[in-house]
Design a protein around this ligand. Sequence first.
Ligand SMILES: NC(=O)c1ccc[n+]([C@@H]2O[C@H](COP(=O)([O-])OP(=O)(O)OC[C@H]3O[C@@H](n4cnc5c(N)ncnc54)[C@H](O)[C@@H]3O)[C@@H](O)[C@H]2O)c1
Length: 367
Amino acid sequence: MSEKVKIGFIGAGGIAETHAKYYRQSSAVEFAAVADIDIERAKRFSKAYNIPEENVFKEYEEMLDKVPLDGVSICTPHKYHSAPTVYALKKGVHVLVEKPMATSAKEALEMLRAAIQYRRILMVGFQNRFSSEIIAARRFVESGLLGGFYYGETVEGRERRRAVPPRLTFIDKELSGGGVLLDLGCYAIDNAMYILGYPEVVRVSGHIYTTLGRDEKAASVVGSWGSWDVNRFSVEDFAVGRIVLKNGAVLWLKVAWAMHNDDLGRPFFLGLKGGLKLYPLEIFRDESGYMTTSKVVLPQKDPWMDKIGRFIEAITKGLSSPIDPRESVYEMVILDALYQSSSRNGEEVRIHVPDEVQPILNNIVLG
Ligand SMILES: NC(=O)c1ccc[n+]([C@@H]2O[C@H](COP(=O)([O-])OP(=O)(O)OC[C@H]3O[C@@H](n4cnc5c(N)ncnc54)[C@H](O)[C@@H]3O)[C@@H](O)[C@H]2O)c1
């Protein structure tokens, strides 16, 4: 590999700017190419980051065919995560793809298989994996805090009284493939599964709702994230799910983009020996004959530094993906099943874990 890591971008919208901001922190990175179906956007991006004019493309295939790259950030709407990922991996390019991994378990599995076949890094961009709080929560659980997990709640967008992402990328099903369950549900599942160490899920049931998303008045209230096009709003804005683990433990999932409420409650996990709650991280247990509550002192750090930094490091040092892509596939299997269940009015759906993913399962937390 040349001494600089040549990075390309597929999709040059909002989150690509964030990727670029953090890549810029590393002197090892060269901004080599960009592709966006909106060519004007690609051109603006190339000017901002000094990408040579001849390396600006409308089609990502052409970019990957013509420009030798080490890695690519895929920052397109969810529906366009899978195809460019597989194409890039086939070309021998390492991939950092934005969350959610894909819009179905089938797409996610194709991505994983390509990463295995072409021996390239495939990392789904969950910056929460590098947050002090989530890492600390996992460490407490790993060290046996819970002693038999039996109930938890995993929540994202808990204070989103009116925070619908206004871009079509999120609210038009043709681009997103799904609404808040994909957009925030992927974090809710990733946080919980990572903290619990990937226990075996056996069945799920889910319900999705389109509530304020199609309401003109709700879209125009003062103090929201801004108005959105209610006529193009074709996804859910609220979702709940019941995720049942092998030992009968239940994990509730709640996600919202908009609601007439100020909070959905903090995520928490209960075990026979102890419990923990997030935001802020608190630990509950019995000690020396008393019930104690501990607040954990966490280092301040920006998880995005590690999200981008660890991807670059993995490329330069030939390491495996900083986030095991099998974990991301497993989470897509759960999300997919929640959508299936919600399309059948909450009927339970059994989980089928692909063979490639089986080795990550670990039931220690179930006691
Ligand atoms: N990790 C995070 O915190 C975070 C935050 C925001 C968004 N995201 C994710 O990033 C992705 C993009 O979101 P965004 O906010 O940047 O959206 P955006 O609408 O601002 O940008 C998407 C860009 O992709 C381009 N595009 C669409 N189809 C394409 C294709 N086939 N080939 C090339 N370019 C294409 C669009 O023209 C647009 O410029 C989403 O999947 C979203 O979930 C992650």
